[in-house]
Write a protein that binds this ligand. Structure first.
Ligand code: G3H
Length: 312
């Protein structure tokens, strides 16, 4: 399902005020929430794996590196561990690469059904003429990308130019064709939580299928406070339109604890529907290692019985 979007509706967000200390207090409690029973941690970690956009976005990426990444996406956790917990067919949610790496990724993923996401629109800064940014989207789609992770023009947000932001996002949405679109807000560049909320609303109104925090290249990337604000705008958009928009935190997520904290956020703020890859992705280049270590610990300790591994 794709988000059809709406007309630009500034009245949904203009004048929005955010109580930053309250947001930060609430975000700080999330990693320790009891809503996630310890007994079920392995299942939550396995769920995180299926929601990962396994990413390589480095200047020295090669088709060989991308092929290795795709092999990991197809088999993210050692088969003997999965066997021990009675899980089969686990893959990551997608792989995420630069546009010139889409074709090698498609080849390496074959008939696995794992989607290829491509960044586009002059990632990470987005400071290119719009026609070139749109051409880059069309190139990535032509190469076989199933999902496009676009970056917004931060200046439009900083100048509160919502019409310009909406128009560029609409054009990007159209260039994506049948590919699904993730709108990267680069929240670390946006100066305030109010700006994050306004940009989130505009992106959803313009038809973004997911809103995504960061490129991984900003000084500050995904934080729980920013994610909380974005999730509440998703909730608001859903209440107004009935459309469920997904969320993708990205940048700096490296630990199993991070994977759990963000899932608690999704479960508590948006509900269980937002714990599936259609509505939740974790953008990460180096999160799998720690998750696999923790699952290994669970398997070789007291979590080996598969009946204990269904999500709580
Ligand atoms: O979209 C994904 C990010 O670029 C990944 O950032 P990371 O390398 O900090 O995990």
């Amino acid at each position: 399902m794709t988000n059809p979007g709406t007309d630009l509706r500034p009245d949904w967000f203009e004048g929005i005020r955010i109580n930053t200390p309250a947001v930060e207090r609430r975000a700080a409690t999330l990693p320790a929430r009891r809503s996630l029973k310890k007994d079920h941690q392995a299942a939550w970690l396995l769920n995180a794996v299926r929601c990962i956009d396994l990413t390589t976005l480095a200047g020295d990426d090669t088709p060989d590196r991308v092929a290795r990444l795709c092999a990991k996406a197809r088999q993210p956790i050692a088969p003997e561990l999965l066997q021990a917990v009675g899980v089969t067919g686990l893959t990551t949610g997608a792989v995420c690469v630069y546009p010139t790496m889409v074709a090698p990724a498609k080849r390496a993923l074959g008939d696995s059904g794992i989607p290829v996401a491509s960044v586009a629109t002059g990632f990470p800064a987005g400071l290119m003429p719009l026609d070139l940014r749109l051409a880059e989207i069309r190139y990535a789609v032509d190469q076989g990308a199933d999902e496009i992770d676009i970056v917004i023009t931060r200046a439009h947000v900083l100048q509160a130019n919502w019409i310009a932001l909406y128009d560029e996002l609409r054009a990007m949405r159209e260039a994506c064709g049948t590919a699904r679109m993730k709108a990267i807000l680069a929240t670390g560049d946006l100066k305030s939580l109010e700006n994050v909320a306004c940009a989130s609303h505009v992106a959803m109104q313009a038809g973004a299928d997911w809103i995504k925090t960061s490129t991984g290249k900003e000084g500050v990337n995904a934080t729980l406070a920013v994610s909380l604000v974005m999730c509440r705008t998703i909730r608001d958009h859903h209440a107004r339109t009935g459309v469920k928009v997904g969320f993708k935190p990205a940048g700096g997520l490296r630990t199993a604890k991070d994977a759990i904290s963000w899932q608690v956020l999704m479960a508590e703020e948006l509900g269980r529907d937002w714990l599936a890859p259609d509505l939740f992705r974790i953008g990460a280049s180096s999160l799998l290692g720690d998750i696999e270590r923790q699952i290994s610990h669970h398997v070789t300790g007291r979590y080996a019985a598969s009946h204990r591994l269904a999500p709580a």
